[in-house]
Design a protein around this ligand. Sequence first.
Ligand code: AHZ
Length: 309
Amino acid sequence: ATNGKKATATKEDNIPLNPLTKPLSDMLFTDWSTFSFAPIRESTVSRAMTRRYFADLDAYAESDIVIVGAGSCGLSCAYTLGTLRPDLRIAIVEAGVAPGGGAWLGGQLFSAMVMRKPADVFLSELGVPFEDEGDYVVVKHAALFTSTVLSKVLLLPNVKLFNATAVEDLITRKFEGGEGISDVRVAGVVTNWTLVSMHHDDQSCMDPNTINAPVVISTTGHDGPFGAFSVKRLVSMKQIEQLGGMRGLDMQSAEDAIVKNTREIVPGLIVGGMELSEVDGANRMGPTFGAMALSGVKAAEEALKVFDL
Ligand code: AHZ
């Protein structure tokens, strides 16, 4: 379309025809036959990755907050907490290679994402554009929401995402003054590479790693291969008697209930998003994501109470 001419206006033209930066636009339509990268050695690449990863493992072994699960609720929570409190060290542990949970698509693998008002406030905070349909808004592709919140979380200097890493147990302490049910407080998480967690049955013992933290926020979604992890563990360790089990779909009531009931379930463990529906026996809402964003905001508020705001 450019007939071999540069696709950008030159500085002298003073016309911002092309929004690419000059260094990148200068690369276009050059002589690629002489192209070459800056030099590298393989060990340099290995060290560039591992040095940083192990420094992060070292630093985040003592975190202020661990968020389990980087779905729409976990990411919304991480954005709110990490932005409000740059002094807090926040680790996100996500079992999947790809963070985002179920929020890469809307319902039934359709593209658009629906959020009921007032969750549009969260979209505006992020700068995600939407169509206003009155009582609800529509983001043209769910991936636009998810990639935006994810990128903003990843830019925060006080947040580290450990993906491909599963929380496979909770660290607990005897809770002074607690009696009977819920006599422990959660004091961190036990982690492993997800691929290792998936092979505990066919490999010999592969011990885990740990992160200590006074607050764990679990947002692992409803029951599934990995879902509802922390609340199922609370039952098996007899800290809650039983799960209510997620109920059928009632969009109208389900979203309010998830946001209102986002709370500390046992000392040190806050549960948000659809994992909460398994505790409370709450309805699901199906493909409308406002409650996930605002449950994340509420979970952040609950966590900050621990740090006296
Ligand atoms: O991989 C999981 C996903 O990314 C991750 N996860 C689960 N167990 C984990 C573990 N360790 C680390 N043990 C773990 N990570 O948690 C994430 C959960 O994301 P999600 O999108 O499934 O949950 P959410 O509560 O953020 O959003 C739910 C979205 C739904 S489900 C639903 C319905 O079924 O009606 N409606 C909505 C809006």
